[in-house]
Design a protein around this ligand. Structure first.
Ligand code: ATP
Length: 302
């Protein structure tokens, strides 16, 4: 190397590297929240979670929207999880500003941000270098191109479950949400004095709200059982549709050259539905958590 070039190399300030962010994607029910808490609580205690599920941003309907309970959060700090007022709804641009301010604060405290949630439009808005709110990269007959220029150094983990297996699980999850008090929660929501002021484009779009409206706000008592059965059927169907749409959006990001590392959690789900809890936990640990931890360790070392 010529002497002058060597000097230039020695004096040059190292290029500023983008801050590191871990992103966990996946369809509803695939286990993103559990994986993030498992990793943060045991392997990466220096991290904090930022929710990117557009409905879980708001206060209220904790069962209906499947928020992690405080005990399930295992002491890991969560941001934007049920903290926003449902009177307003948050646009992707607003999420971009809220999320980036939180990421900057987490960096300033030398900790690792983990973005977790199923709303790919919010994840996209937060992460791309230049975000244009008028572009839609996911919907329509001719969506805009996906940008692969990101403003953080991201490690993407995509928790995937074979769709028919996930659908079976989602149907069971709806039943267990109903057993845990989803109907009472929705009943209180419709009857609350706050209801009218809640934004039509935020919390009121949660799966369960439109589906149970007729049953819970209906005056006549005829056909109540039919209305209930129909609402449950629609909640199950719409949840499975949501999962399928979310998978399509993840594929779109992959085609747009986002470097997503796919982790297959199907075997753990099959074992859990075969009612073998111990086997399911073992497979989850080995195939999902350990593989993810290896990927993240490599990313943090680079
Ligand atoms: P789009 O841009 O098409 O709205 P998105 O990727 O921004 O999609 P999704 O997370 O796919 O957002 O949510 C789309 C819809 O799915 C929501 O408007 C809501 O009806 C439903 N949904 C999403 N997350 C939840 C949740 N946690 N609880 C209940 N319903 C949800």
């Amino acid at each position: 190397m010529p002497h002058s070039t060597m000097l230039q190399h020695c004096n040059a300030t190292p290029p500023r590297r983008h801050p590191k962010v871990l992103v966990i994607l996946g369809a509803t029910g695939a286990g993103k929240s559990k994986l993030s808490v498992d990793m943060a609580s045991t392997f990466f205690p220096n991290s904090e979670i930022i929710n990117s599920d557009k409905i879980q941003l708001y206060r209220g309907l904790d069962i209906t929207t499947n928020k992690m309970t405080l005990s399930q959060q295992l002491g890991v700090t969560h941001h934007l999880l049920g903290q926003l007022d449902p009177v307003n709804s948050v646009s992707p641009s607003e999420f971009r500003s809220l999320g980036s301010a939180i990421i900057a604060d987490i960096f300033a405290r030398r900790r690792l941000p983990i973005i977790v949630g199923g709303s790919n439009s919010l994840i996209y808005a937060l992460l791309v270098k230049r975000f244009d709110p008028d572009c839609d990269v996911f919907n329509g007959s001719k969506p805009d191109p996906v940008s692969s220029e990101l403003r953080y150094n991201c490690c993407f983990i995509w928790v995937d479950v074979f769709l028919p297996v996930l659908n079976e699980y989602l149907n069971k999850r709806v039943d267990s949400m109903l057993n845990s008090g989803m109907l009472d929660e929705l009943d209180e929501f419709f009857a609350s004095p706050e209801f009218d002021s809640v934004s039509e484009t935020g919390l009121k779009k949660a799966i369960g709200v439109p589906e149970f409206k007729k049953y819970l706000t209906n005056d006549c008592t005829n056909f109540e059982e039919d209305l209930y059965e129909e609402a449950v059927r629609n909640v199950k169907e719409n949840t499975c549709q949501l999962a399928k749409r979310q998978m399509g959006k993840i594929q779109r990001l992959r085609e747009g050259k986002w470097d997503l590392r796919r982790i297959d959690a199907t075997a753990a789900f099959k074992a859990a539905m075969g009612l073998d809890g111990e086997k399911a936990a073992r497979i989850w640990e080995r195939q999902v958590v350990e593989t993810s931890v290896k990927i993240v360790n490599r990313f943090l070392k680079d």
